[in-house]
Design a protein around this ligand. Structure first.
Ligand SMILES: *Cc1c(COP(=O)(O)O)cnc(C)c1O
Length: 400
């Protein structure tokens, strides 16, 4: 046998974290890493947050799993809270982002079906979008690298360039059921939708009787400085997928919908064994206890602004490698003049964790409760890494 016992779908790096401490991950060898990846925008409260730990521990001692055949502790309360905090009237809980995406897509299709538009069965999605790894989700992305080698995939979506309203208009037909978009593309390279684009999608959906679906799996849950990114645009979806940050590290996602949009999601149309389990509900409550507070959100905006400024000041000293900063709040991307993955890999040796994204972008996704000192440490480390990287490139010492 040459295949590893762990199916080799990831090229795992050398970091072996065994413990977390606030904004730091601690490796097996005791080495500390400044974690500005946050498990890819998941650990919004950092690691080992006392309130999150205690809430999960208390719930684990009481009840971990029952079934959606029964009324599950915490589901009504967390759903009510999400409804109170958003455009939504109703919530379906999942364990992950891709499951939230699936429920969101099903909700849109079912809406068209039960309102008499049975031909409306296609969703418009975007190039470089990311909605997860299920068959439906990879077929709903224009991104080739996710699709190969699984083709031919189900043909249920039409792909437009992101931020190109005319291209969307041209794709709308009497088969279109809805439009699914990340208000800020994450994997695609921290690319915010323009105001005109998101508003334009809303107008098109209203005009053509389509469902507007936002995938806020990455940009949602306070990451951008408002509880959800759509608030900053003043554009409201009919359906929204969330996950990542909402569990703070516990696997939790949700599909939120307006009453109108959810008209087709009746008894028997959807389900999940683990979705909405008591532990997930406890985690979601603990996260919202912290991040939904107006003061906390304001601090995310302030810290985001300070981090952005610090990164913008860093660039002129390293403009051979870096060109611009983009994003909102603490969902930031630094665009490189070359591929970003080798830099992200190199940076780990210097004790800082970042994430590569599309379009040559280094994603900077710290925990939302970082302090000024972490911002300073991040930029100091980045300068050290950039200098060493430049030298290493000269001597050919950069691992791919
Ligand atoms: C991560 C992500 C997903 C998929 O979430 P999983 O929990 O990995 O299934 C979907 N949409 C967006 C925008 C994401 O960033």
């Amino acid at each position: 046998m040459t295949i590893p016992v762990l199916m080799p779908t990831y090229s795992r790096c050398e970091v072996e974290p065994v413990e977390g401490d606030g904004a730091y991950l601690i490796g097996k060898d005791g080495k500390r890493y400044l974690d500005f990846a946050s498990g890819i925008a998941v650990n919004c409260l950092g690691h080992s947050h006392p309130h999150l730990i205690k809430t999960i521990q208390d719930q684990a001692a009481k009840l971990m799993h029952t079934s959606n055949l029964y009324s599950v502790p915490g589901q009504w309360e967390l759903a009510q809270r999400l409804v109170d905090l958003t455009f939504a009237d109703t919530v379906f809980f999942t364990n992950s982002g891709v499951e939230a995406f699936e429920c969101a897509a099903k909700t849109a299709l079912a809406y068209q079906h039960v309102t008499g538009n049975t031909d409306r069965s296609r969703i418009i999605t975007f190039n470089n979008a990311f909605h997860g790894r299920s068959i439906a989700a990879i077929s709903a992305t224009g991104s080739e690298k996710l699709r190969v080698p699984f083709e031919p995939l189900p043909d249920w979506s039409d792909h437009a360039p992101f931020n190109d309203l005319d291209a969307v208009k041209a794709l709308i037909s009497d088969k279109t059921a809805g439009i699914m978009v990340e208000p800020i593309q994450g994997e695609g390279g921290i690319l915010p939708a323009t105001q005109e684009f998101l508003q334009g999608l809303r107008d098109l959906c209203d005009e053509h009787h389509l469902m507007l679906i936002f995938d806020e799996v990455q940009c949602g849950v306070a990451r951008t400085g408002t509880l959800f990114a759509y608030e900053q645009y003043g554009v409201t979806p009919d359906i929204m997928a969330i996950a990542k940050g909402i569990g703070g590290g516990f696997p939790l996602g949700a599909c939120l919908a307006s009453e109108k949009a959810a008209v087709g999601m009746t008894v028997g149309t959807h389900g999940s064994t683990y979705g909405g389990n008591p532990l997930g509900m406890a985690a979601g409550q603990a996260v919202l206890d912290v991040v939904a507070e107006p003061d906390f959100l304001e601090q995310v905006r302030e810290k985001g602004e300070r981090l952005r400024q610090a990164l913008e000041q860093f660039i002129p000293n390293h403009d051979d490698l870096f060109e611009s900063v983009r994003g909102r709040g603490l969902m930031l991307g630094v665009r490189m003049t070359e591929a970003s993955r080798p830099f992200v890999n190199f940076a780990r040796q210097y004790g800082i964790l970042l994430v590569a994204a599309g379009d040559n972008v280094v994603r900077v996704l710290p925990p939302l409760n970082i302090e000024e000192e972490h911002i300073r440490e991040c930029v100091e480390k980045l300068s050290t890494v950039a200098n060493a990287y430049r030298e290493a490139k000269k001597t050919g010492d950069v691992p791919a």
